[in-house]
Design a binder for this molecule. Structure first.
Ligand code: NAD
Length: 268
């Protein structure tokens, strides 16, 4: 039995992660934590995730989280995820990060931690999105520069970063397959007199509305035809179950930075 802990336990994803761990036959909830002062501190995790009492109460510090864990799963905010990595004492404690919205400087700090610790980091833990990334790589390689690429994503009104980490990852995969650098070819939204489209760009459009869990479409538009590759998440448990699967896989890995294509054996 692998002991998994959840940081950000009271969050939309934290609650789903607790439920996904509880339903897994080879995992148990080791510990849970959320921010100091939150109403959930001290409560049994079952109050957040439903089910029978776990006997694990929500802590407000990293030490308690680490004490109960083989692997910590963190879906919080960039500064919180980095503070967690900074505070961990044991190199053997592996960490699954689901947080999105890291700046370039924050990403470099996260990557530095992977020199001494096994870290799984993916902007989307759904198996379907991971397979979609492989399909996008294949499509972009075959279609080449004759097809314009646009990435359209939609999420719920509470999401704080845009475009989504998943949309950016899709852009990276397509840009790499086309021999482009996403940082220099990305166009984020359009307004006013934009001029004609530069065929070397990759466009991003963001929708924020209602309770949409996560929709992504990558459009390859050529002359006389277009291809749309779409993934729609309808339940956050798809991310939570993927993260738990990843955490169990990560437990037996050595220090390094991994993503879901490693977990699913899809690395090309
Ligand atoms: P949320 O706001 O509902 O939850 C965040 C939780 O973190 C809250 O309970 C908050 O109190 C807690 N938190 C804040 N400061 C903390 C601290 N210092 N210590 C411990 N906990 C702290 O957000 P959410 O919708 O659950 O999303 C969280 C993150 O996960 C976002 O970045 C989101 O984009 C990302 N996300 C990733 C995936 C994926 O598959 N990788 C899927 C969904 C969401």
């Amino acid at each position: 039995m692998i002991s998994l802990s959840v940081n950000g336990a009271a969050g939309r994803m934290g609650r789903q992660l607790l439920a996904a761990i509880s339903e897994h036959e080879n995992a148990s909830v080791g510990a849970a934590a959320d921010a100091p002062g939150q109403a959930c501190i001290g409560l049994d995790t079952s109050v957040l995730a439903g089910g029978d009492a776990s006997g694990v109460s929500v802590a407000d510090n990293v030490a308690a989280l680490e004490a109960g864990s083989d692997v910590i799963i963190d879906f919080t905010a960039p500064a919180v995820s980095l503070a967690l990595l900074d505070a961990l004492q044991e190199e053997a404690t592996a960490v699954v990060i689901g947080t999105t919205g890291f700046s370039g400087e924050q990403l470099a700090r996260l990557q530095a931690h992977a020199a001494t610790r096994a870290i799984l980091f993916a902007p989307n833990y759904s198996v379907g999105v991971t397979v979609t990334l492989s399909l996008l790589q294949q499509a972009a390689r075959a279609l080449g520069d004759d097809y314009d690429v646009e990435i359209i994503e939609a999420h719920h009104r509470h999401k704080v970063d845009a475009p989504s980490g998943t949309a950016l990852k899709m852009g990276e995969v397509v840009a790499e397959a086309l021999g482009r650098d996403l940082a220099s070819c990305a166009v984020y939204g359009r307004e006013g007199i934009t001029g004609v489209r530069n065929s070397q760009t990759i466009g991003f459009e963001t929708i924020r509305a209602g309770d949409i869990i996560g929709d992504h479409t990558v459009l390859f538009a050529g002359n006389g035809e277009r291809i749309e590759i779409t993934h729609k998440a309808t339940d956050r448990m798809t991310f939570a179950r993927g993260a738990v699967r990843g955490a169990i896989w990560l437990h037996s890995q050595s220090a390094g930075l991994y993503d879901m294509t490693d977990v699913l054996g899809l690395k090309s």
